[in-house]
Design a protein around this ligand. Structure first.
Ligand code: HEM
Length: 515
Protein backbone atom coordinates (compact mmCIF):
# COMPACT_ATOMS: atom_id res chain seq x y z
CA UNK A 1 0.00 0.00 0.00
CA UNK A 2 2.84 2.36 0.73
CA UNK A 3 4.26 3.59 -2.50
CA UNK A 4 4.97 6.56 -4.75
CA UNK A 5 4.75 9.19 -2.02
CA UNK A 6 7.24 11.91 -2.91
CA UNK A 7 9.77 12.90 -0.26
CA UNK A 8 8.51 15.45 2.22
CA UNK A 9 11.47 17.77 1.91
CA UNK A 10 10.38 18.57 -1.66
CA UNK A 11 7.40 20.50 -0.37
CA UNK A 12 6.87 24.08 0.53
CA UNK A 13 6.54 24.01 4.30
CA UNK A 14 6.05 26.36 7.21
CA UNK A 15 8.42 26.30 10.12
CA UNK A 16 7.25 23.84 12.75
CA UNK A 17 6.17 26.74 14.97
CA UNK A 18 3.45 27.50 12.39
CA UNK A 19 2.06 23.99 12.35
CA UNK A 20 -0.46 24.97 14.97
CA UNK A 21 -2.40 22.25 16.58
CA UNK A 22 -0.98 19.53 14.35
CA UNK A 23 1.10 17.81 17.01
CA UNK A 24 -1.88 17.78 19.35
CA UNK A 25 -4.32 16.08 17.00
CA UNK A 26 -5.62 12.75 18.27
CA UNK A 27 -4.09 9.68 16.65
CA UNK A 28 -6.16 6.60 15.95
CA UNK A 29 -4.80 3.15 15.29
CA UNK A 30 -5.30 1.86 11.79
CA UNK A 31 -6.15 -1.52 13.31
CA UNK A 32 -9.43 -0.05 14.46
CA UNK A 33 -10.36 0.61 10.85
CA UNK A 34 -9.09 -2.68 9.55
CA UNK A 35 -11.26 -4.28 12.24
CA UNK A 36 -14.29 -2.24 11.14
CA UNK A 37 -13.64 -3.07 7.48
CA UNK A 38 -13.34 -6.81 8.02
CA UNK A 39 -17.05 -7.14 7.32
CA UNK A 40 -17.80 -4.99 4.30
CA UNK A 41 -21.54 -5.25 4.94
CA UNK A 42 -21.21 -3.24 8.13
CA UNK A 43 -18.07 -1.29 7.25
CA UNK A 44 -19.87 1.67 5.74
CA UNK A 45 -22.04 2.20 8.79
CA UNK A 46 -19.28 1.73 11.35
CA UNK A 47 -16.76 3.98 9.64
CA UNK A 48 -19.43 6.53 8.87
CA UNK A 49 -20.52 6.68 12.51
CA UNK A 50 -16.94 7.07 13.59
CA UNK A 51 -16.31 9.91 11.14
CA UNK A 52 -19.63 11.63 11.83
CA UNK A 53 -18.49 13.09 15.14
CA UNK A 54 -17.94 16.48 13.52
CA UNK A 55 -15.08 17.09 15.90
CA UNK A 56 -11.43 17.94 15.46
CA UNK A 57 -9.62 16.19 12.64
CA UNK A 58 -7.65 13.14 13.71
CA UNK A 59 -4.71 11.22 12.30
CA UNK A 60 -4.40 7.62 11.22
CA UNK A 61 -0.88 6.36 10.64
CA UNK A 62 -0.44 3.58 8.11
CA UNK A 63 3.21 2.50 8.25
CA UNK A 64 5.08 5.63 7.14
CA UNK A 65 2.03 7.40 5.73
CA UNK A 66 -0.02 9.87 7.71
CA UNK A 67 -3.67 10.24 6.85
CA UNK A 68 -5.53 13.12 8.43
CA UNK A 69 -9.30 12.69 8.55
CA UNK A 70 -11.08 15.99 7.96
CA UNK A 71 -14.17 14.82 9.77
CA UNK A 72 -15.99 18.12 9.85
CA UNK A 73 -17.28 19.87 6.74
CA UNK A 74 -15.59 23.20 7.55
CA UNK A 75 -12.16 21.56 7.46
CA UNK A 76 -13.09 19.75 4.24
CA UNK A 77 -14.24 23.04 2.76
CA UNK A 78 -10.84 24.65 3.44
CA UNK A 79 -9.17 21.97 1.39
CA UNK A 80 -11.60 21.67 -1.48
CA UNK A 81 -12.04 25.37 -2.09
CA UNK A 82 -8.33 26.15 -1.88
CA UNK A 83 -7.01 27.77 -5.07
CA UNK A 84 -3.49 26.54 -4.35
CA UNK A 85 -2.70 23.97 -7.05
CA UNK A 86 -0.56 22.13 -4.51
CA UNK A 87 -3.71 21.26 -2.59
CA UNK A 88 -5.34 19.63 -5.60
CA UNK A 89 -3.01 16.64 -5.93
CA UNK A 90 -4.82 13.33 -5.75
CA UNK A 91 -3.32 11.05 -3.15
CA UNK A 92 -0.90 8.69 -4.95
CA UNK A 93 -1.58 5.85 -2.50
CA UNK A 94 -5.33 5.91 -3.07
CA UNK A 95 -5.40 6.76 -6.75
CA UNK A 96 -2.64 4.43 -7.97
CA UNK A 97 -5.15 1.90 -9.38
CA UNK A 98 -6.87 4.67 -11.29
CA UNK A 99 -3.56 5.99 -12.49
CA UNK A 100 -2.65 2.57 -13.89
CA UNK A 101 -6.01 2.37 -15.58
CA UNK A 102 -6.48 5.87 -16.93
CA UNK A 103 -2.99 7.32 -17.29
CA UNK A 104 -2.55 11.05 -16.91
CA UNK A 105 -6.12 12.24 -17.43
CA UNK A 106 -7.98 15.14 -15.85
CA UNK A 107 -9.03 13.01 -12.86
CA UNK A 108 -5.53 11.85 -11.92
CA UNK A 109 -3.23 14.66 -13.12
CA UNK A 110 -2.15 17.67 -11.10
CA UNK A 111 -0.81 21.21 -11.21
CA UNK A 112 -0.73 23.27 -14.36
CA UNK A 113 -1.15 20.27 -16.62
CA UNK A 114 -4.44 19.42 -14.88
CA UNK A 115 -5.53 23.08 -15.11
CA UNK A 116 -4.95 23.15 -18.85
CA UNK A 117 -6.81 19.86 -19.46
CA UNK A 118 -9.68 20.91 -17.22
CA UNK A 119 -10.17 24.18 -19.12
CA UNK A 120 -10.15 22.39 -22.37
CA UNK A 121 -12.55 19.62 -21.38
CA UNK A 122 -14.93 22.12 -19.79
CA UNK A 123 -15.92 23.01 -23.34
CA UNK A 124 -17.46 19.58 -23.58
CA UNK A 125 -19.84 20.42 -20.72
CA UNK A 126 -21.18 23.85 -21.65
CA UNK A 127 -24.89 24.56 -21.94
CA UNK A 128 -24.87 24.21 -25.72
CA UNK A 129 -22.90 20.95 -25.59
CA UNK A 130 -25.26 19.48 -23.00
CA UNK A 131 -28.20 20.57 -25.10
CA UNK A 132 -26.87 18.50 -28.00
CA UNK A 133 -26.38 15.47 -25.74
CA UNK A 134 -30.07 15.41 -24.76
CA UNK A 135 -30.83 13.71 -28.10
CA UNK A 136 -28.43 10.91 -27.14
CA UNK A 137 -29.91 10.62 -23.62
CA UNK A 138 -33.40 10.27 -25.10
CA UNK A 139 -32.36 7.80 -27.79
CA UNK A 140 -30.53 5.45 -25.40
CA UNK A 141 -33.25 5.72 -22.75
CA UNK A 142 -35.99 4.78 -25.20
CA UNK A 143 -34.02 1.65 -25.96
CA UNK A 144 -33.78 0.93 -22.22
CA UNK A 145 -37.53 1.40 -21.80
CA UNK A 146 -38.17 -1.04 -24.67
CA UNK A 147 -35.86 -3.60 -23.06
CA UNK A 148 -37.55 -3.17 -19.68
CA UNK A 149 -40.96 -3.54 -21.33
CA UNK A 150 -39.86 -6.79 -22.99
CA UNK A 151 -38.45 -8.13 -19.73
CA UNK A 152 -41.58 -7.46 -17.68
CA UNK A 153 -43.99 -8.52 -20.43
CA UNK A 154 -42.69 -12.05 -19.93
CA UNK A 155 -42.83 -12.24 -16.17
CA UNK A 156 -44.75 -11.21 -13.09
CA UNK A 157 -41.70 -11.66 -10.89
CA UNK A 158 -39.37 -9.15 -9.38
CA UNK A 159 -36.19 -8.80 -11.46
CA UNK A 160 -32.76 -7.23 -11.17
CA UNK A 161 -32.58 -4.48 -13.77
CA UNK A 162 -29.26 -2.91 -12.92
CA UNK A 163 -27.40 -4.48 -15.84
CA UNK A 164 -29.88 -2.85 -18.26
CA UNK A 165 -29.42 0.54 -16.58
CA UNK A 166 -25.70 0.01 -16.75
CA UNK A 167 -25.74 -0.68 -20.48
CA UNK A 168 -27.86 2.42 -21.10
CA UNK A 169 -25.40 4.54 -19.15
CA UNK A 170 -22.43 3.11 -21.10
CA UNK A 171 -24.23 3.78 -24.38
CA UNK A 172 -24.85 7.38 -23.38
CA UNK A 173 -21.29 8.06 -22.31
CA UNK A 174 -19.64 6.31 -25.26
CA UNK A 175 -21.73 8.22 -27.74
CA UNK A 176 -21.29 11.62 -26.12
CA UNK A 177 -17.57 11.14 -25.59
CA UNK A 178 -16.57 9.18 -28.69
CA UNK A 179 -19.50 9.39 -31.08
CA UNK A 180 -19.84 5.61 -30.79
CA UNK A 181 -23.36 5.02 -32.05
CA UNK A 182 -24.46 1.74 -30.52
CA UNK A 183 -26.89 1.19 -33.38
CA UNK A 184 -24.21 1.40 -36.03
CA UNK A 185 -21.15 0.20 -34.14
CA UNK A 186 -22.68 -2.72 -32.30
CA UNK A 187 -19.51 -4.81 -32.08
CA UNK A 188 -17.36 -2.03 -30.60
CA UNK A 189 -20.15 -0.94 -28.27
CA UNK A 190 -20.60 -4.47 -26.92
CA UNK A 191 -16.87 -4.89 -26.42
CA UNK A 192 -16.69 -1.64 -24.46
CA UNK A 193 -19.77 -2.49 -22.37
CA UNK A 194 -18.51 -6.01 -21.61
CA UNK A 195 -14.99 -4.85 -20.78
CA UNK A 196 -16.18 -2.10 -18.47
CA UNK A 197 -18.60 -4.48 -16.81
CA UNK A 198 -15.79 -6.95 -16.15
CA UNK A 199 -13.55 -4.14 -14.88
CA UNK A 200 -16.29 -3.12 -12.47
CA UNK A 201 -16.68 -6.67 -11.17
CA UNK A 202 -12.93 -7.13 -10.82
CA UNK A 203 -12.65 -3.85 -8.89
CA UNK A 204 -15.41 -5.08 -6.57
CA UNK A 205 -13.63 -8.37 -5.97
CA UNK A 206 -10.48 -6.43 -5.12
CA UNK A 207 -12.37 -4.46 -2.52
CA UNK A 208 -13.93 -7.59 -1.07
CA UNK A 209 -10.53 -9.29 -0.87
CA UNK A 210 -8.73 -6.27 0.54
CA UNK A 211 -5.30 -7.90 0.28
CA UNK A 212 -5.61 -7.77 -3.53
CA UNK A 213 -5.99 -4.03 -3.24
CA UNK A 214 -3.30 -3.41 -0.69
CA UNK A 215 -0.36 -5.45 -1.93
CA UNK A 216 0.53 -4.80 -5.52
CA UNK A 217 2.94 -7.76 -5.95
CA UNK A 218 0.20 -10.19 -4.87
CA UNK A 219 -2.31 -8.52 -7.17
CA UNK A 220 0.06 -8.81 -10.13
CA UNK A 221 0.32 -12.58 -9.55
CA UNK A 222 -3.42 -13.08 -9.26
CA UNK A 223 -5.31 -14.40 -12.36
CA UNK A 224 -7.79 -11.52 -12.03
CA UNK A 225 -4.95 -9.10 -12.69
CA UNK A 226 -4.43 -10.64 -16.14
CA UNK A 227 -8.15 -10.49 -16.84
CA UNK A 228 -8.09 -6.86 -15.77
CA UNK A 229 -5.24 -6.09 -18.19
CA UNK A 230 -7.00 -7.89 -21.02
CA UNK A 231 -10.16 -5.84 -20.51
CA UNK A 232 -8.17 -2.65 -20.46
CA UNK A 233 -6.44 -3.66 -23.69
CA UNK A 234 -9.84 -4.30 -25.31
CA UNK A 235 -11.06 -0.85 -24.29
CA UNK A 236 -7.82 0.72 -25.54
CA UNK A 237 -8.17 -1.06 -28.89
CA UNK A 238 -11.70 0.27 -29.45
CA UNK A 239 -10.70 3.78 -28.47
CA UNK A 240 -7.70 3.64 -30.82
CA UNK A 241 -9.97 2.57 -33.69
CA UNK A 242 -12.26 5.47 -32.97
CA UNK A 243 -9.42 7.95 -32.73
CA UNK A 244 -8.20 6.74 -36.12
CA UNK A 245 -11.70 7.13 -37.52
CA UNK A 246 -11.89 10.63 -36.09
CA UNK A 247 -8.53 11.47 -37.70
CA UNK A 248 -9.77 10.29 -41.09
CA UNK A 249 -12.91 12.33 -40.71
CA UNK A 250 -10.86 15.33 -39.72
CA UNK A 251 -8.49 14.99 -42.66
CA UNK A 252 -11.50 14.98 -44.94
CA UNK A 253 -12.81 18.15 -43.35
CA UNK A 254 -9.61 20.14 -42.96
CA UNK A 255 -11.22 23.43 -43.75
CA UNK A 256 -13.60 23.03 -40.83
CA UNK A 257 -10.87 22.11 -38.37
CA UNK A 258 -9.25 25.06 -36.70
CA UNK A 259 -6.46 23.86 -34.52
CA UNK A 260 -6.47 25.67 -31.23
CA UNK A 261 -3.36 26.03 -29.14
CA UNK A 262 -4.67 24.89 -25.76
CA UNK A 263 -2.03 27.00 -24.00
CA UNK A 264 -3.74 30.12 -25.28
CA UNK A 265 -7.11 29.28 -23.83
CA UNK A 266 -8.39 32.03 -21.64
CA UNK A 267 -11.65 32.99 -20.07
CA UNK A 268 -12.88 34.53 -23.29
CA UNK A 269 -12.56 31.15 -24.92
CA UNK A 270 -14.69 29.68 -22.20
CA UNK A 271 -17.33 32.34 -22.63
CA UNK A 272 -17.30 31.85 -26.38
CA UNK A 273 -18.28 28.26 -25.98
CA UNK A 274 -19.02 27.52 -29.62
CA UNK A 275 -15.53 28.51 -30.66
CA UNK A 276 -14.78 24.91 -31.53
CA UNK A 277 -17.73 23.22 -33.15
CA UNK A 278 -17.78 19.53 -32.27
CA UNK A 279 -20.16 16.59 -32.28
CA UNK A 280 -18.54 14.62 -29.50
CA UNK A 281 -15.77 15.17 -26.97
CA UNK A 282 -13.26 13.12 -28.94
CA UNK A 283 -13.63 15.56 -31.82
CA UNK A 284 -13.21 18.46 -29.39
CA UNK A 285 -9.95 16.95 -28.13
CA UNK A 286 -8.68 16.43 -31.63
CA UNK A 287 -9.50 19.93 -32.70
CA UNK A 288 -7.84 21.29 -29.56
CA UNK A 289 -4.54 19.73 -30.51
CA UNK A 290 -4.23 16.95 -27.91
CA UNK A 291 -1.92 14.13 -28.93
CA UNK A 292 -3.02 10.49 -29.02
CA UNK A 293 -1.70 9.59 -25.57
CA UNK A 294 -3.54 12.53 -24.05
CA UNK A 295 -6.70 11.65 -25.93
CA UNK A 296 -6.54 8.02 -24.77
CA UNK A 297 -6.27 9.10 -21.15
CA UNK A 298 -9.01 11.70 -21.33
CA UNK A 299 -11.45 9.49 -23.21
CA UNK A 300 -10.94 6.64 -20.74
CA UNK A 301 -11.23 9.05 -17.82
CA UNK A 302 -14.51 10.52 -19.01
CA UNK A 303 -16.00 7.14 -19.74
CA UNK A 304 -14.87 5.63 -16.44
CA UNK A 305 -15.81 8.66 -14.34
CA UNK A 306 -19.07 9.17 -16.19
CA UNK A 307 -20.83 5.88 -16.57
CA UNK A 308 -20.50 3.89 -13.38
CA UNK A 309 -21.20 6.77 -11.03
CA UNK A 310 -24.32 7.82 -12.90
CA UNK A 311 -25.56 4.30 -13.41
CA UNK A 312 -25.13 3.50 -9.70
CA UNK A 313 -26.93 6.73 -8.75
CA UNK A 314 -29.88 5.93 -11.03
CA UNK A 315 -30.12 2.43 -9.55
CA UNK A 316 -30.31 3.93 -6.04
CA UNK A 317 -32.81 6.57 -7.18
CA UNK A 318 -35.22 4.00 -8.65
CA UNK A 319 -34.94 2.03 -5.43
CA UNK A 320 -35.75 5.05 -3.27
CA UNK A 321 -38.71 5.95 -5.48
CA UNK A 322 -39.96 2.37 -5.28
CA UNK A 323 -39.75 2.53 -1.49
CA UNK A 324 -41.29 6.01 -1.26
CA UNK A 325 -44.42 5.75 -3.38
CA UNK A 326 -45.63 9.24 -2.43
CA UNK A 327 -42.51 10.75 -3.99
CA UNK A 328 -42.73 8.44 -7.00
CA UNK A 329 -46.27 9.72 -7.56
CA UNK A 330 -45.22 13.36 -7.10
CA UNK A 331 -42.44 12.90 -9.64
CA UNK A 332 -44.81 11.21 -12.05
CA UNK A 333 -47.34 14.03 -11.83
CA UNK A 334 -44.58 16.51 -12.57
CA UNK A 335 -43.23 14.41 -15.42
CA UNK A 336 -46.62 13.77 -17.02
CA UNK A 337 -47.24 17.52 -17.30
CA UNK A 338 -43.88 17.96 -19.01
CA UNK A 339 -44.39 15.06 -21.41
CA UNK A 340 -47.79 16.48 -22.27
CA UNK A 341 -46.32 19.84 -23.25
CA UNK A 342 -45.15 19.57 -26.89
CA UNK A 343 -42.87 22.64 -26.55
CA UNK A 344 -40.66 21.05 -23.96
CA UNK A 345 -40.95 17.44 -25.06
CA UNK A 346 -41.58 17.34 -28.80
CA UNK A 347 -42.35 13.75 -29.90
CA UNK A 348 -41.82 12.50 -26.38
CA UNK A 349 -38.18 13.71 -26.35
CA UNK A 350 -37.16 15.55 -23.21
CA UNK A 351 -35.39 18.84 -23.88
CA UNK A 352 -33.19 20.94 -21.59
CA UNK A 353 -36.22 23.10 -20.80
CA UNK A 354 -38.31 20.08 -19.90
CA UNK A 355 -35.57 18.63 -17.73
CA UNK A 356 -35.09 21.89 -15.87
CA UNK A 357 -38.80 21.88 -14.95
CA UNK A 358 -38.40 18.54 -13.12
CA UNK A 359 -37.71 20.05 -9.73
CA UNK A 360 -39.12 17.32 -7.52
CA UNK A 361 -37.32 14.59 -9.44
CA UNK A 362 -34.10 16.59 -9.05
CA UNK A 363 -34.65 16.92 -5.30
CA UNK A 364 -35.27 13.16 -5.09
CA UNK A 365 -32.03 12.57 -6.98
CA UNK A 366 -30.06 14.86 -4.67
CA UNK A 367 -31.61 13.28 -1.58
CA UNK A 368 -30.67 9.86 -2.97
CA UNK A 369 -27.08 11.05 -3.42
CA UNK A 370 -27.11 12.38 0.13
CA UNK A 371 -28.12 9.00 1.48
CA UNK A 372 -26.08 6.99 -1.02
CA UNK A 373 -23.15 9.12 -2.14
CA UNK A 374 -21.63 6.98 -4.86
CA UNK A 375 -18.24 8.52 -4.11
CA UNK A 376 -18.08 8.08 -0.35
CA UNK A 377 -14.76 9.79 0.32
CA UNK A 378 -11.96 11.75 -1.35
CA UNK A 379 -8.28 12.01 -0.58
CA UNK A 380 -5.66 14.60 -1.42
CA UNK A 381 -1.93 14.65 -0.95
CA UNK A 382 -0.90 18.04 0.45
CA UNK A 383 2.14 19.39 -1.37
CA UNK A 384 2.03 22.56 0.70
CA UNK A 385 0.67 23.23 4.22
CA UNK A 386 -3.06 23.79 4.59
CA UNK A 387 -4.45 26.22 7.13
CA UNK A 388 -7.72 24.88 8.53
CA UNK A 389 -8.29 27.68 11.06
CA UNK A 390 -6.29 29.76 13.53
CA UNK A 391 -5.68 26.74 15.69
CA UNK A 392 -4.69 24.17 13.09
CA UNK A 393 -2.40 23.99 10.07
CA UNK A 394 -1.74 20.66 8.40
CA UNK A 395 1.84 20.22 7.19
CA UNK A 396 2.88 19.32 3.65
CA UNK A 397 3.55 15.68 2.85
CA UNK A 398 0.37 14.42 4.49
CA UNK A 399 -2.64 12.67 2.94
CA UNK A 400 -6.01 14.18 3.82
CA UNK A 401 -9.26 12.24 3.64
CA UNK A 402 -12.69 13.86 3.34
CA UNK A 403 -15.50 11.47 4.31
CA UNK A 404 -18.20 13.05 2.10
CA UNK A 405 -20.70 10.34 2.98
CA UNK A 406 -20.33 11.07 6.70
CA UNK A 407 -20.94 14.81 6.24
CA UNK A 408 -24.27 13.89 4.64
CA UNK A 409 -25.35 11.98 7.73
CA UNK A 410 -24.66 14.67 10.34
CA UNK A 411 -27.98 15.43 12.07
CA UNK A 412 -27.02 19.05 12.76
CA UNK A 413 -27.16 19.69 8.98
CA UNK A 414 -29.57 16.96 7.95
CA UNK A 415 -32.06 16.28 10.77
CA UNK A 416 -33.27 12.64 10.84
CA UNK A 417 -30.57 11.74 8.33
CA UNK A 418 -31.92 8.21 7.87
CA UNK A 419 -35.17 9.59 6.40
CA UNK A 420 -35.70 10.17 2.68
CA UNK A 421 -36.78 13.83 2.57
CA UNK A 422 -36.28 15.42 -0.84
CA UNK A 423 -37.66 18.75 0.41
CA UNK A 424 -34.34 19.34 2.17
CA UNK A 425 -33.26 20.53 -1.27
CA UNK A 426 -35.96 23.15 -1.74
CA UNK A 427 -34.15 26.44 -2.30
CA UNK A 428 -35.31 27.89 1.04
CA UNK A 429 -34.08 24.86 2.98
CA UNK A 430 -30.73 24.59 1.20
CA UNK A 431 -30.17 28.30 1.85
CA UNK A 432 -30.47 27.72 5.61
CA UNK A 433 -27.84 24.97 5.62
CA UNK A 434 -24.14 25.55 6.15
CA UNK A 435 -22.39 25.66 2.77
CA UNK A 436 -20.61 22.54 1.56
CA UNK A 437 -22.14 20.04 3.87
CA UNK A 438 -23.67 18.30 0.87
CA UNK A 439 -21.14 17.48 -1.81
CA UNK A 440 -21.67 14.24 -3.68
CA UNK A 441 -19.87 15.82 -6.63
CA UNK A 442 -17.09 17.24 -4.44
CA UNK A 443 -16.61 21.02 -4.53
CA UNK A 444 -14.18 23.73 -5.58
CA UNK A 445 -11.80 23.71 -8.53
CA UNK A 446 -11.56 19.90 -8.69
CA UNK A 447 -15.25 19.21 -8.35
CA UNK A 448 -17.00 16.92 -10.80
CA UNK A 449 -16.84 18.23 -14.34
CA UNK A 450 -19.86 16.10 -15.25
CA UNK A 451 -22.27 17.29 -12.53
CA UNK A 452 -24.87 18.75 -14.90
CA UNK A 453 -24.35 15.94 -17.38
CA UNK A 454 -25.09 13.38 -14.65
CA UNK A 455 -28.17 15.18 -13.34
CA UNK A 456 -29.61 15.56 -16.83
CA UNK A 457 -28.90 11.96 -17.72
CA UNK A 458 -30.46 10.63 -14.52
CA UNK A 459 -33.54 12.81 -14.96
CA UNK A 460 -34.00 11.70 -18.57
CA UNK A 461 -33.65 8.01 -17.78
CA UNK A 462 -35.82 8.00 -14.67
CA UNK A 463 -38.46 10.29 -16.19
CA UNK A 464 -38.91 8.00 -19.19
CA UNK A 465 -39.16 4.98 -16.87
CA UNK A 466 -41.72 6.66 -14.61
CA UNK A 467 -43.70 7.76 -17.64
CA UNK A 468 -44.05 4.15 -18.79
CA UNK A 469 -44.05 2.14 -15.59
CA UNK A 470 -44.95 2.00 -11.94
CA UNK A 471 -41.86 0.96 -10.06
CA UNK A 472 -42.02 -1.54 -7.19
CA UNK A 473 -39.38 -3.32 -5.18
CA UNK A 474 -39.43 -6.41 -2.99
CA UNK A 475 -36.33 -5.24 -1.07
CA UNK A 476 -36.09 -3.27 2.13
CA UNK A 477 -33.58 -0.54 2.77
CA UNK A 478 -32.16 -2.14 5.89
CA UNK A 479 -31.70 -5.57 4.32
CA UNK A 480 -29.12 -4.63 1.71
CA UNK A 481 -25.77 -3.31 2.87
CA UNK A 482 -23.83 -0.79 0.84
CA UNK A 483 -20.29 -1.74 -0.12
CA UNK A 484 -17.88 1.21 0.08
CA UNK A 485 -16.08 0.40 -3.20
CA UNK A 486 -14.45 3.05 -5.40
CA UNK A 487 -18.01 3.65 -6.56
CA UNK A 488 -20.27 2.45 -3.76
CA UNK A 489 -22.89 -0.16 -4.60
CA UNK A 490 -25.43 -2.39 -2.86
CA UNK A 491 -24.07 -5.82 -1.91
CA UNK A 492 -26.43 -7.22 -4.52
CA UNK A 493 -28.62 -5.54 -7.12
CA UNK A 494 -32.10 -4.57 -5.95
CA UNK A 495 -35.16 -6.43 -7.21
CA UNK A 496 -37.82 -4.44 -9.06
CA UNK A 497 -41.16 -5.05 -10.63
CA UNK A 498 -42.07 -2.59 -13.39
CA UNK A 499 -45.73 -2.49 -14.21
CA UNK A 500 -46.98 -0.81 -17.37
CA UNK A 501 -49.03 2.19 -16.40
CA UNK A 502 -52.82 2.28 -16.77
CA UNK A 503 -52.99 -1.48 -16.59
CA UNK A 504 -55.66 -1.98 -13.90
CA UNK A 505 -53.97 0.69 -11.82
CA UNK A 506 -56.65 0.50 -9.13
CA UNK A 507 -55.76 -3.17 -8.44
CA UNK A 508 -52.05 -2.64 -8.44
CA UNK A 509 -51.38 -3.27 -4.78
CA UNK A 510 -53.55 -6.40 -4.74
CA UNK A 511 -51.71 -7.90 -7.66
CA UNK A 512 -48.18 -7.40 -6.52
CA UNK A 513 -47.22 -8.37 -3.05
CA UNK A 514 -44.78 -5.85 -1.70
CA UNK A 515 -42.88 -7.08 1.31
C1 HEM B 1 -23.90 10.81 -10.14
C2 HEM B 1 -22.87 10.92 -10.93
C3 HEM B 1 -21.51 11.44 -10.52
C4 HEM B 1 -20.98 11.62 -9.27
C5 HEM B 1 -21.63 11.35 -7.92
C6 HEM B 1 -19.65 12.15 -9.45
C7 HEM B 1 -18.80 12.49 -8.42
C8 HEM B 1 -17.54 13.01 -8.59
C9 HEM B 1 -16.65 13.36 -7.52
C10 HEM B 1 -16.96 13.23 -6.03
C11 HEM B 1 -15.51 13.83 -8.07
C12 HEM B 1 -14.25 14.28 -7.33
C13 HEM B 1 -13.28 13.12 -7.35
C14 HEM B 1 -11.98 13.40 -6.68
O1 HEM B 1 -11.71 14.50 -6.22
O2 HEM B 1 -11.19 12.47 -6.64
C15 HEM B 1 -15.67 13.77 -9.50
C16 HEM B 1 -14.72 14.16 -10.39
C17 HEM B 1 -14.83 14.00 -11.75
N1 HEM B 1 -15.95 13.59 -12.44
FE1 HEM B 1 -17.70 13.02 -11.63
N2 HEM B 1 -19.40 12.27 -10.79
C18 HEM B 1 -20.51 11.86 -11.48
C19 HEM B 1 -20.69 11.86 -12.85
C20 HEM B 1 -19.74 12.25 -13.77
C21 HEM B 1 -19.94 12.28 -15.19
C22 HEM B 1 -21.25 11.98 -15.90
C23 HEM B 1 -18.73 12.65 -15.75
C24 HEM B 1 -18.37 12.85 -17.18
C25 HEM B 1 -19.16 12.70 -18.20
C26 HEM B 1 -17.79 12.86 -14.66
C27 HEM B 1 -16.48 13.22 -14.81
C28 HEM B 1 -15.64 13.57 -13.77
C29 HEM B 1 -14.28 14.01 -13.96
C30 HEM B 1 -13.54 14.12 -15.29
C31 HEM B 1 -13.77 14.30 -12.69
C32 HEM B 1 -12.38 14.82 -12.36
C33 HEM B 1 -12.43 16.34 -12.26
C34 HEM B 1 -11.09 16.96 -11.88
O3 HEM B 1 -10.31 16.36 -11.14
O4 HEM B 1 -10.86 18.09 -12.33
N3 HEM B 1 -18.44 12.61 -13.47
N4 HEM B 1 -16.92 13.27 -9.79
Amino acid sequence: MVKCTPKKQNFRSFGTSNLKGWDNLPKVSVLKFIWALRDLRTAMDKVSRFFSNNGKPFIISVLKEQLVILNNPSAGQQLLTSKDLEHGTKSPVFYSTLHDMLGKGVLTSKGEYWQMQRRLLSKGFTYSALKRYTKIYNKCTKRLVTNLGTLFAKTFEYQQINSLIHVCSIQIITETVMGLDTFKDTKEAELIADSFNSLKNIALTRVRLAWLLMWDPIWKLHPLSREHDKNLKDVDAVIKTLIARQREFRDENVEKSRKLDSKQLDDDDLRNEDDIPFDNMLELMYKSGLNETQIMSEVKTLIWAGYETTSAAMHYLLFMLALNKNHQEACRNEIDKIFDEPNVSPNGELTMEGLSEMKHLEHCFLETLRMFPVVVSLTRFLESPLKIDDSLTIPAGVNALLPLGSYHKMPEYFPSPEKFEPDRFLAENSAKRQALTFMPFSAGPRSCIGLKFAIMEAKTVVAHILREFEVHTSDKLEDIAIIPAMVSCPERDYYFYLKRRNYHPENMDDEISIN
